[in-house]
Design a protein around this ligand. Structure first.
Ligand code: GLN
Length: 455
């Protein structure tokens, strides 16, 4: 714990942590010690982890890296983090992220950019790269050896894409596997907690700790949590790995296609059977996601009114409505305001049927595609993202270019199925690339088993 507290301090240039909780860490480490001495050691006992800023931590700032939650300290603990503390884990601090988890590069945080420890090597020297998003702080801390693991959340790819950008392992379990209680809501039908670790075994142990039914979240599933570590048998002989034709998108850089081909080769060498599959509605996933997610966000974010949480902008003598307006204008960043406007638009009378309802129908078709595909295979292998980490500012002025980075991750989010990103090698500039493994609902075990063989 002491070594990690120093590592958190030393990681300041990365801006991965927005708050360090070293005193809490020391207290927890002492009880972890006692746990070990009493012979009660659990999977996470004494393991120092970082917590993404959207998990409510009792008495510790929780702001989803938004100005609007300035100063907010919850009176309660999220179930995911409580599960970790119950298993003996140690909290190092709160981790930077895109504001309300909206973004793919961690450039929308009120607390500033997070640096990727991996830098771009050019003839003119090294350049900073984004860590991916929205869990930029989580991956940067883990890749930068300033945490053994980190909690993260994935609404459309925020665990898998940043994991790919930083050479870390990330897994988003099935929707409902972990409780959303105490997680700042972005898009409730998509939000799912998960973990970032340096390898698959750590990921399996930490995922098991945060999973499980919670009566405080009506969408959490009443299912037993398997022993995820036991799934890492190293044996995938005869397992069927699906390769979806529709993910071979025009314009995908050759090096991404190459790493995908290598992944296919590695699977074959490990004794898996490669099966060509089709997910015909893939091309509609991105537009569908960027209707459903903002719609739910606009509704969830209505609660930040200057009365109940954090920031309040006062306007002399003008009353309630101007106070709402001033607070929301000052408290939400540009990307969040854009999502609220899109979301409000697609939900408004007259447009609801044309956009939101239609998007919900397409979402069903995307789910059905996966169900049919999984009749022919056990897992699906694809690239995690259409590029490696990019430079700051490369896409931040062009929301569409930024949204395109989620093209391979959003379909699984819409279908609610589990997915991981596994480090698969480096590109020509020396930056990490990831491969994505998608599994059947509730079959995280096979996703982990295959990830373990691939890593
Ligand atoms: N990049 C996607 C978005 O901006 C996904 C974010 C996430 O998964 N939280 O919505």
């Amino acid at each position: 714990t002491e070594a990690h507290i120093s590592a958190v301090e030393a990681s300041k240039p990365l801006n991965a942590y927005i708050e360090s909780t070293s005193e809490i860490a020391r207290t927890q480490a002492k009880s972890a010690d006692a746990q070990i001495k009493a012979g009660n050691q659990k999977g996470m006992t004494g393991i120092p982890v970082g917590i993404k800023d959207l998990f409510a931590t009792k008495g510790v700032h929780t702001q989803a890296c938004s100005k609007i939650l300035d100063g907010f300290k919850p009176e309660y603990e999220s179930t995911v983090t409580q599960n970790l503390w119950d298993d003996g884990a140690v909290m190092l601090g709160k981790l930077n992220m895109d504001e309300f988890a909206m973004g793919s590069s961690n450039e929308t945080s009120f607390y500033g950019n997070v640096l990727n420890p991996w830098r771009l090597k050019t003839a003119a020297g090294e350049k900073d790269t984004v860590p991916g998003g929205s869990s930029g702080g989580s991956v940067s801390a883990v890749a930068g050896f300033a945490a053994m693991g980190a909690t993260a959340s994935d609404t459309g790819g925020s665990i898998r894409q940043p994991a790919a950008f930083t050479g870390t392992f990330g897994i988003k379990p099935t929707y409902g596997r972990c409780s959303r209680f105490g997680m700042v809501a972005f898009a409730s039908s998509l939000d799912q907690a998960g973990v970032i670790t340096r390898d698959v075994r750590d990921g399996a142990i930490m995922l098991e700790s945060i999973s499980g039914f919670d009566p405080k979240d009506s969408t959490s599933a009443k299912l037993d949590v398997p022993n995820f570590e036991a799934a890492l048998t190293g044996d995938i002989k005869g397992l069927k790995v699906g390769i979806p034709a529709e993910y071979r998108l025009e314009g995908t850089p050759q090096e991404i296609l190459d790493i995908w081909d290598k992944g296919i080769q590695w699977m074959k060498e490990a004794g898996a059977e490669i099966v060509e599959i089709s997910l015909p509605h893939t091309k509609y996933a991105l537009p569908t996601y960027y209707i459903v997610a903002p719609a739910e966000a606009s509704s969830n974010l209505a609660r930040y009114d200057g009365v109940r949480y954090g920031l309040r902008e006062t306007v002399d003598g003008d009353g309630l409505i101007p106070m709402y307006e001033e607070t929301r204008a000052a408290g939400f960043g540009e990307e969040v305001q854009r999502r609220i406007m899109i979301g409000t638009y697609v939900l408004s009378a007259g447009y609801y049927d044309a956009y939101y309802l239609k998007a919900q129908r397409v979402r069903q078709l995307i789910s059905r595609d996966f169900k049919e595909a999984f009749e022919k295979c056990d897992v699906i292998l694809t690239p995690t993202a259409p590029s490696a980490a990019f430079e700051f500012g490369a896409k931040s002025d062009d929301p569409l270019a930024m949204y395109l980075n989620d093209v391979f991750t959003v379909p699984a989010s819409l279908a609610g199925i589990p997915g991981s990103s596994v480090p698969a090698g480096l590109d020509k500039d020396g930056l990490p690339l990831g491969l994505q493994i998608l599994g059947k609902a509730w079959d995280e075990e096979t996703v982990l088993k295959v990830s373990h063989v691939l890593e």
